[in-house]
Design a protein around this ligand. Structure first.
Ligand code: 1CP
Length: 363
């Protein structure tokens, strides 16, 4: 049974996700707990990144930092964790190297590697392996005390496969493209395996207290529209369908789900039919055009260029005005966000101004 939590005092984001009218658009930003906040560095201290994820106390503290700092503006918390906890649960070693990013000492290179057969054969105990995430979610819900809903998340199968075969971030995608154009059939088997783990993981996050779910397909934009239909979309659909079915079967709340396929502007129409209540937009979309394509089928989330937060106050106002106008005033079918994660080096006061300008233009 899910634990008992305080009733929600602010359900703006859940209402907007379900297409209901809100007094002003709900707001949050991807990576809102992170390196641009001085209090993040202070609380993280010398702890290794994944050690922070594994400590429910530290993870919940980091999750709450932006909620406290932007009290009254931010309408959702997102659990402090990472998409790469799934490859770890599958048995791969992942390190977070300061100033570099994630590194897999032994990436998966070819379907003829023993590692490929092992990954497919392994029965991952998703409850046990990722127990620390569920504990962090439950503790965070308790600390939130109903202030705002808590978002759970996972990486999309295509994006996770990219990291597993590249062994970290990349600009070339040489290995990932090899799995698209040379090992496609073997790649699909692995994508299916990852999808099944994602479903179980998301359901267990809801059981632990997550009130909304987001699937991050950060590398969708590396695919052609045709490859996206083969290597990404079927698995995004599998995840929404099966997560909802399983939530229902287990008597859990069928929470709203968001898909964020970065760079897949060409697939917006298909994403509106992929079983998610919310579709996240990066900054390549013009808001008004996206609204026209979505045509009321989903709630849209986004989509300011995170780079505007390096800019002048006047440019922030400009971007906000363009979004508010494009998204139709903001009382329906819009969740305010950036088009990708907030970047290190941003002055936290600029994010505050962004929120203030949204409120000023929508109330
Ligand atoms: O507030 C939050 O959003 C915190 C939780 C969070 C989330 C949702 C973190 C913490 N990471 C993520 C998701 C994530 N991780 C994505 C999907 C979203 C996106 O596209 O940004 C991806 C691609 C990752 C992988 C990852 N983890 C990278 C990117 C590397 C690359 O390939 O360019 C990096 C740098 C990390 C580390 C990380 N994850 C989170 C934080 C705060 C950090 C920085 C750690 C540090 O240096 O202190």
């Amino acid at each position: 049974m899910p634990p008992d939590f305080a009733p929600l005092k602010n359900d703006r984001i859940l209402r907007a996700a379900r297409g209901q009218t809100v007094d002003r658009p709900p707001m949050w930003v991807m990576r809102q707990a992170g390196r641009y906040l001085p209090e993040y560095h202070e609380a993280k201290g010398k702890n290794d990144f994944f050690a922070c994820c594994r400590s429910p106390e530290i993870a919940s503290t980091l999750t709450l930092q932006p909620i406290d700092r932007y009290d009254g503006f931010i309408d959702a918390a997102i659990i402090f964790s990472d998409i790469l906890v799934i490859p770890q649960a599958m048995g791969m070693e992942v390190l977070m190297v300061d100033g570099v990013g994630p590194r897999f000492p032994n990436p998966l290179r070819s379907p003829s590697d023993q590692q490929y057969a092992d990954l497919l054969a392994k029965e991952v105990d998703v409850k046990k392996e990722l127990d620390y995430v569920y504990k962090a979610i439950t503790l965070t819900r308790q600390k939130l005390d109903g202030r705002v809903p808590l978002i759970g998340f996972c990486g999309a199968p295509w994006t996770l496969l990219c990291y597993m075969v590249e062994g970290g971030g990349t600009k070339m995608f040489r290995e990932a493209k090899t799995w698209v154009f040379k090992y496609g059939e073997e790649g699909k088997k692995l994508l299916q395996k990852i999808s099944e783990i994602c479903v179980e993981y998301l359901v267990l996050q809801v059981e632990a207290g997550a009130q909304m779910l987001q699937v991050f397909d950060s590398w969708a934009g590396e695919l052609t529209p045709a490859s996206f239909e083969v290597m990404s979309l079927p698995y995004l659909r599998y995840i929404s369908k099966h997560t909802k079915e399983r939530l229902k079967e287990r008597g859990l709340d069928v929470v709203p789900m968001t898909v964020f396929a970065k760079g897949a502007w060409y697939a917006l129409d298909q994403l509106c039919e992929s079983g998610y209540e919310v579709v996240g937009l990066d900054w390549l979309h013009d808001p008004a055009q996206a609204v026209e394509i979505a045509n009321g089928r989903v709630t849209l989330q986004g989509n300011a260029d995170p780079g505007v937060l390096y800019g002048s106050d006047a440019s922030i106002t400009n971007v906000v005005e363009h979004m508010v106008q494009g998204f139709g005033g903001g009382k329906q079918r819009w969740i305010v966000n950036l088009g990708h994660g907030i970047t290190p080096g941003v002055d936290p006061e600029k994010l505050k101004l962004f929120f203030q300008e949204i409120v000023r233009h929508t109330t």
